[in-house]
Design a protein around this ligand. Sequence first.
Ligand code: UAG
Ligand code: ATP
Ligand code: API
Ligand code: MG
Length: 489
Amino acid sequence: MTVAHSLSDLIDPTVRLVSGNPDQSIKGLALDSRKVQPGFVFAALGGAVRHGKDFVDQAIIDGATTILLDDGVDVALPDGVIELRAPDARRSFALMAARFFAPQPKVMVAVTGTSGKTSVAAFVRQIFQALGHEAAAMGTLGITRGDGAEAGALTTPDSVSLHQALTALADDGVTHMAMEASSHGLEQRRLDGVVLKAAAFTNLGRDHLDYHPTMEDYFQAKLRLFDPLLPEGAGAVVWMDGSYGERMADLARQRGHQVLLAGMGQGDIAVETVKPSGYAQTVGCTYLGENRTVELPLPGLFQVANAMVAAGLAIQAGCDADAVFDALAGLKGARGRLEYIGTTKRGGKAFVDYAHKPGAVEEALKALRPFSNGKVVIVVGAGGDRDKGKRPMMGEAASRYGDAVIITDDNPRTEDPATIRQAVMAGAGDDAMEIGDRHDAIAAGLAMLEEGDILLVAGKGHETGQEIHGVKHPFSDHDVIRELLDEGA
Ligand SMILES: CC(=O)N[C@H]1[C@@H](OP(=O)(O)OP(=O)(O)OC[C@H]2O[C@@H](n3ccc(=O)[nH]c3=O)[C@H](O)[C@@H]2O)O[C@H](CO)[C@@H](O)[C@@H]1O[C@H](C)C(=O)N[C@@H](C)C(=O)N[C@H](CCC(=O)O)C(=O)O
Ligand SMILES: Nc1ncnc2c1ncn2[C@@H]1O[C@H](COP(=O)(O)OP(=O)(O)OP(=O)(O)O)[C@@H](O)[C@H]1O
Ligand SMILES: N[C@H](CCC[C@H](N)C(=O)O)C(=O)O
Ligand SMILES: [Mg+2]
């Protein structure tokens, strides 16, 4: 439940009141002038495309009583409007949202990394649930509670929507929460003000270099989860196998966190053996030197990593380690993550996965290889209006780790689909096929399967749309495969 607050109760010490009355009653907060209502604070912030200062006049017409601005931004406000200034107004605004919408669920954890966030958050939510807690997850799949999900537009929602949602969940009895922290969300301070018990890092690989100027900037955005978001001395979990694990762990330790390391053959949670049996895996691991065996009901080595990170997060959040490791036997994969859909009449198996970056294409293909007695076919494309540099790298990973490659469209958005496909083809090599229409590409992939072969349809996972020339058409890899199998593929 939200009530009006006095402005002075909402602002952190870095905010300067330049003009106006600090006892003013605040009715709501908006980052976007189009959401302003009478009595609101409007934060006029610089964005990727525009600057909120250009919408201040409209916000005031619509009833904003208070305007929050970064220091140094040149805007003259009319008399009677309360002016707030801050060195990092985006952060101050998120902290304001946290105070405005309190309370939050009592136990919250967050995970960041290029790949694995949705899976880890889903696993932590399931572990919390198995241990008897009222739990929810927030991320790419929206807000998930029990088996139901309420879709959201972003992995990490803007700070107002996020804090409002947390409070609604807390008011509705949710005590335990697992959240995905995207690099955009961390950079844009969308999660600032969330009180975390523990946080985790999975890995860092090529993605989003349209938004972050360099890999180092991308790393620094991820680091914000450990510093400043995670309170000093709290529990951190770091998956050590990637090239950034050690550095992230060192920085987390320097910040004073209790760092739990996890990895293949290394760390406090060390995976020693993995034996696949059907689509499940028996994992032999040690936790603080003690041997454990986990029956993980999921295929793929990367899911072992995600399950171990999830276990670490739940333990760092205060759960009993024995109960946590027991709970791993009941995990279900997040929708569209290495999900088996069905078998063709000739005996080839079709999977859907959300691999839409080079490292994920590699991992997904490696994960499926043990299930194939013959070839692994991949249908894949790259998204429009996103990191262009990853396109040939995705094609390269597809042809290196797959036996046959079909390049298709995956949300070209406002770009020319053929141009995107060409960029992916450039990395995939001459043997790759190009079939723009995704339905036809999937049909061609299924038709190539013989007994024991595998088809991986990569990139869309849970998605239910294909955005072409700015228009979103209904499309689900899952449904298309099912239909084609039902029609006799
Ligand atoms: C590049 C990016 O991340 N943009 C996000 C950002 O917008 P922005 O601030 O840069 O927007 P802008 O258009 O430049 O506008 C500047 C300011 O003027 C304001 N404005 C603008 C127009 C107006 O009429 N009135 C007004 O007040 C805007 O509200 C904004 O504060 O802040 C907005 C509010 O939080 C987000 O909705 C928006 O997400 C866009 C739609 C988006 O597509 N983001 C994606 C890339 C994203 O964030 N993805 C990550 C996950 C990626 C992954 O891991 O794969 C995610 O967390 O989902
Ligand atoms: N630990 C991992 N290491 C490498 N690849 C992974 C890992 N976990 C998942 N993947 C790959 O990344 C894909 C997306 O997984 P998931 O949705 O869990 O990650 P995410 O970080 O939430 O991704 P996004 O940022 O796109 O939401 C999977 O379908 C799989 O191909
Ligand atoms: N959160 C990611 C999802 C990408 C999914 C893929 N299907 C694509 O459209 O590239 C993004 O917005 O970049
Ligand atoms: Mg995700």
